[in-house]
Design a protein around this ligand. Structure first.
Ligand code: SAM
Length: 240
């Protein structure tokens, strides 16, 4: 037994108070992942994220890492996810609330087509200016309309404008969490609904099917599995 172990044992016997497990900070800047293992998170970054990270994003990440509030940054894995998602939904007109130095903003700008647009808002322009040279270097600054100031009054203005209703394909909210419900109440009018409206017969039967699903879920005599194939199949097995 090493001498430090002996010391720890003696201390435990004399104090009889259980020491809490030593908690250390995550090593990676921007590690806010629910994954508690640094090693696993590092593996994901090094295997799937960093090798695919465009150079300007990498530079922006490194500049941000030196900033005192770097904990606020969007992490590289989240940026990658965001970019893929935007491409999958063919987003063109988006909004971002909470820019900081612009990691998510640049991820978004890189994912949008050349004529894509991002309305970006933040109360702090100084931090945005830190990342701006990398955004310019990436050749995507023309997609960004940055507005300095609190987002809510701007959203209120937009909600009043008929032309802006349903005009955004995607909104990334990453700002003051105590306002998220307020953002949601305004954004619901500003984001576009899916472009294919429900067909008449689907709309007619929708409520009946929802009622059925609720009843099936509450019925202890059956096991169920809802399968999202075609217009939906619910498999039921009678238990007794
Ligand atoms: N998405 C950013 C990124 O990729 O690095 C991180 C955003 S950081 C978590 C939160 C940002 O929200 C800060 O830059 C802060 O200035 C901004 N913010 C806080 N309150 C705000 C408000 N009421 N309106 C707009 N921006 C706000």
């Amino acid at each position: 037994m090493a001498s430090t172990d002996v010391a720890a044992e003696v201390k435990a016997q004399t104090t009889q108070v259980e020491e809490p497990a030593k908690v250390t900070r995550h090593q990676e800047v921007g590690h806010k992942s629910l994954l508690q293992s640094d090693a696993l998170y590092q593996y994901i970054l090094e295997t799937s994220v960093y090798p695919r990270e465009p150079e300007p994003l990498k530079e922006l990440r490194e500049v941000t890492a030196k900033h005192p509030w770097n904990l606020m940054t969007t992490s590289a894995d989240e940026g990658q996810f965001l970019g893929l998602l935007l491409k999958l939904i063919n987003a063109k007109n988006t909004m971002e609330i909470g820019v900081y130095t612009g990691y998510s903003l640049l991820s978004t700008a890189l994912a949008l087509p050349d004529d894509g647009k991002i309305l970006a808002m933040d109360i702090n322009r100084e931090n945005y200016d830190l990342g701006l040279p990398m955004i310019e270097k990436a050749g995507v600054a023309h997609k960004i309309d940055f507005r300095e100031g609190p987002a809510l009054p701007l959203l209120d203005e937009m909600v009043k404008n008929e032309e802006m209703q349903g005009s955004f394909d995607f909104v990334f909210v990453d700002a003051d969490k105590d306002n998220y419900l307020n953002y949601h109440r305004r954004l619901i009018d500003l984001v576009a609904p899916p472009d294919a409206p429900l067909r008449k017969y689907v709309r007619y039967y929708r409520d009946f099917v929802m009622e059925l699903n609720k009843a099936l879920a509450a019925d202890p005599r059956i096991e169920i599995s809802q399968i999202p194939v075609g217009d939906g199949v619910t498999l039921c097995r009678r238990n007794y």
